[in-house]
Design a protein around this ligand. Structure first.
Ligand code: SAM
Ligand code: DTB
Ligand code: SF4
Length: 336
């Protein structure tokens, strides 16, 4: 069993990125098979429970008030509306229901509804994940008491690049919330976005930050930037198409995430809609073992169920029943 390390140096991570592609994929696939069920992909459903009008200025996001993206701001959905969507997802065989809100942080008056939603979705037998922005210690405890399984809070990029992408909060703010989530006993989901015109060194710094957290996130979403017109980064990419990330470099990033965080679920998240089947297949070879299904992410288009079913069938991949193998591995490791 591979040792799980949280003491990676940037130089070691850069060396992984530099490996010949076949060697990198071989290492990633070997590590993947030691810790995860081969050929199985976790299918997650995503729902925006509160869309747009967000006071943060994340340069990639269509939901920021600073963006001129045409996304309409809504209020928090009512509890019954969310539970109806969750029931549909459960009927379609989804095992995890991820709910996102375009907030800097939840207000205390929002928490009773959020708690009711978590409890209701769990009663349907699905795992719950929420992403609501920064949390106070009390809010993290409330979510833990409600039974929330995962909290998503992305670090998004390297520490060096952070304030070029977002100025309304710092990487430290992000890390503080991640520490609160961990302390409260909720599983951590944290990753970021590649393809924002960053350098290889930024990708090294991004993976290094995640892989040297006191404990690795249980889920690591790797998003490919969805360039949205009217956002700073979407417009930048439209003007400088050469800044678009190369597919092979994207796959390398997935492989390095898999090697440095062997136990984590690595989610091939946003950006699949415009990704070729071949690139997605390479991402699965490189150790990605989770995707969002459905036609829509939060505001942007997703690949869609028909395309995904065809791709998984073509590749002979199956929907993951549960994360049991992962948990068994963790238990074994703890016993060693
Ligand atoms: N407001 C909360 C927050 O930022 O933590 C939760 C929702 S936010 C939309 C969740 C994540 O979606 C972001 O951290 C970012 O990684 C990802 N995201 C947002 N817009 C994206 C885009 N255009 N392309 C790729 N990923 C994006
Ligand atoms: C994550 O890392 N990616 C998801 C989820 N966590 C919440 C969100 C992707 C959003 C893509 C852009 C949009 O739909 O607006
Ligand atoms: Fe708001 Fe989250 Fe979008 Fe940033 S990523 S603008 S915090 S919804």
């Amino acid at each position: 069993m591979t040792e799980v390390r949280t003491d990676w140096s940037r130089a070691e991570i850069a060396t992984l990125f530099d490996l010949p592609f076949d060697e990198l994929l071989f290492q990633a696939q070997t590590i993947h098979r030691a810790h995860h069920a081969a050929g199985q992909i976790q299918l997650c459903t995503l729902l925006s429970i509160k869309t747009g009008g967000c006071p943060e200025d994340c340069g990639y996001c269509s939901q920021s008030v600073k963006a001129d993206s045409g996304v309409e701001a809504t209020k928090l959905m009512d509890v019954q509306g969310v539970l109806q969507k969750a029931a549909q997802a459960a009927d379609q065989g989804s095992r995890r229901f991820c709910m996102g809100a375009a907030w800097r942080n939840p207000k205390d008056r929002d928490m009773p509804a959020i708690v009711e939603i978590v409890k209701g979705v769990r009663q349907m037998g699905m795992e719950t994940c929420m992403t609501l922005g920064m949390l106070t210690p009390r809010q993290a405890d409330m979510l833990a008491e409600a039974g929330l399984d995962y909290y998503n809070h992305n670090i998004d990029t390297s520490p060096e690049r952070y304030n070029e992408i977002i100025t309304t909060r710092t990487m430290e703010d992000r890390l503080d919330t991640l520490a609160e989530v961990r302390r409260a006993g909720i599983n951590v989901c944290s990753g970021g976005i590649v393809g924002m015109g960053e350098t290889r060194a930024d990708r090294v710094g991004f993976i290094h930050t995640l892989a040297t957290l006191p404990a690795h996130p249980e889920s690591v979403p790797v998003n490919a930037l969805v360039p949205v017109k009217g956002t700073v980064l979407g417009d930048m990419l439209a003007d400088t198409p050469l800044a678009k990330i190369d597919d092979i470099e994207f796959v390398r990033t997935i492989a390095v995430a898999r090697i440095t965080m062997p136990m984590s679920m690595v989610r091939l998240s946003a950006g699949r809609e415009s990704m070729s089947e071949a690139t997605q297949a390479l991402c699965f070879m490189a150790g990605a073992n989770s995707i969002f299904t459905g036609d829509k992410l939060l505001t942007a288009a997703n690949a869609g169920d028909d395309k995904d079913a065809a791709l998984l069938a073509k590749l002979g991949l199956r929907a993951m029943e549960s994360e049991e193998p992962l948990r068994v591995c963790k238990a074994l490791e703890a016993a060693e």
